[in-house]
Ligand binder design. Structure first.
Ligand code: FAD
Ligand code: FAD
Ligand code: FAD
Length: 325
């Protein structure tokens, strides 16, 4: 059922089998598997993350390639609720390990918020990451195009960029490397640094050798209309025309609530075994937050694996107790 400030009190003494943090593609898939193993599940979701900004779902078998992420989330949530799972809109602030259980502190409501603590035996971190966008003074100008033809995911949308005039927007020298992968799809590349850092001599000459333009002047605004970006205007008034773009400005990792745990990480992604188990035996991580490929198909598969492994763990425990009787 959908929980809210009004009916949350009823759940305060309950210990869920699993609390899933994040109701994106991964969390919803885990929730469906867990409920179908007759395990009690609560999904806590803050909203507004990657699946939500995805305008078209590519690379996913059986669903139309123009299905918006919002529709995927809607269908997934309906499916989960139809299996009697609990759902709470809220922001997980902190998790404490109490031994047998986890205490999960949630902020419910952006205004006049309350901070209930909910408990579970297992935790699935399915809270994903969020791409840093280019920091322009007017972020509405960025939101107009980000996720449309100003892409953030080369694996998802490289194909859409085939042979087009592409702008690559980077926040560090390391992310210029993306240009060489993008060149698989299009050779027409202009790299924009927005004046955020200085490009080394060796990188400049690598770009020059391949015929890629480098623009280090800060950007004033994107040009275009109806979510279709057609170029950028620089602060000096010059204009660079483009047909598409890719933002490679790094990401924010949604795992601050796990800071009490010293979980193993690789480049800020959580390290897991094949079932999604992290270095803590009762914490699983799935989807974009863990080391792997950031794709919906992977997040959905991860949810199936983690849900099934938790069922195996709990099933064994239950069997042992019954044998003693
Ligand atoms: P998410 O979908 O990001 O879900 C995480 C959820 O956790 C969110 O709902 C978030 O609100 C919640 N959350 C985060 N922190 C907290 C917290 N502290 N408390 C509570 N909740 C929290 N993939 C494809 O396969 N094909 C595509 O075509 C494609 N296109 C994309 C286009 C764009 C513009 C973007 C941004 C991504 C695209 N992706 C695509 C990637 C895809 O969106 C991700 O791989 C997928 O959403 C990962 O699922 P997830 O469940 O790990 O994370
Ligand atoms: P967060 O940083 O996740 O949360 C900030 C604080 O708000 C938290 O610490 C918590 O205290 C509180 N909080 C958050 N959620 C809740 C909740 N559910 N309940 C209680 N408290 C909560 N953003 C836009 O606004 N418009 C766009 O059009 C847009 N387009 C985007 C397109 C793409 C491709 C991408 C990658 C991102 C886009 N963004 C857009 C996202 C934007 O960059 C931010 O990441 C996003 O808006 C974060 O919102 P947030 O308030 O949830 O912030
Ligand atoms: P398959 O779908 O079996 O595809 C393999 C293909 O390879 C077949 O088309 C076969 O003809 C072909 N092939 C085999 N040998 C050769 C050869 N030598 N040369 C050429 N072609 C060959 N999974 C779920 O997630 N949810 C469910 O609810 C579910 N229900 C199921 C119900 C039933 C009745 C069955 C039988 C399975 C169910 N499954 C379910 C499992 C699911 O069907 C499989 O996990 C899935 O189909 C595996 O996909 P695959 O591509 O590996 O194999």
């Amino acid at each position: 059922m959908q929980l809210s400030k009004n009916n949350l009190q009823e759940k305060s003494d309950r210990v869920y089998d699993v609390i899933v943090i994040g109701g994106g593609a991964g969390g919803l898939s885990a929730g469906v598997y867990l409920q179908r193993y007759n395990l009690s599940t609560l999904i806590v979701d803050k909203g507004k993350a990657r699946s939500f900004w995805m305008q078209e779902l590519h690379n996913y078998l059986g669903l139309p390639p123009d299905l918006p992420g919002k529709e995927l989330l809607k269908r997934g949530k309906e499916h989960f609720l139809s299996l009697d799972g609990d759902w709470l809109n809220g922001y997980v602030e902190e998790v404490v390990d109490e031994g047998e259980t986890f205490a999960v502190q949630v902020k419910v409501g952006r205004q006049n918020s309350i901070d209930p603590v909910l408990r579970s035996k297992y935790l699935i971190a399915a809270s994903g990451i969020i791409d840093n966008l280019i920091p322009l003074e007017d972020m509405l100008n960025v939101y107009e195009y980000a996720g449309y033809n100003l892409h953030v995911c080369l694996v998802c949308d490289g194909y859409e960029m085939t042979d087009k005039q592409a702008g690559l927007f980077v926040g560090s020298e390391a992310s210029i490397e993306t240009a060489f992968a993008l060149s698989w799809f299009t050779p027409k590349i202009t790299v924009f640094t927005h004046g955020l850092f200085e490009v080394s001599e060796s990188m400049s000459s690598r770009l020059k050798e391949l015929g890629y333009r480098l623009v280090e002047t800060p950007i004033k605004q994107f040009l275009g209309k109806n979510h279709q970006m057609t170029g950028v205007e620089m602060v000096d008034g010059s204009v660079v025309e483009l047909e598409t773009g890719l933002l490679a400005m790094g990401s924010r990792y949604h795992h601050t609530y796990l800071s009490n745990f010293n979980l193993e990480k690789e480049r800020n992604y959580l390290v897991t075994d094949k079932t999604g188990r992290t270095s803590h035996p009762r914490i699983f991580a799935i989807g974009d937050l863990k080391v792997g490929l950031n794709q919906v198909a992977i997040a959905v598969g991860d949810g199936a694996l983690a849900g099934t492994q938790i069922w195996r763990d709990l099933r064994r425990v239950k069997g042992a107790i019954q044998n003693l009787d």
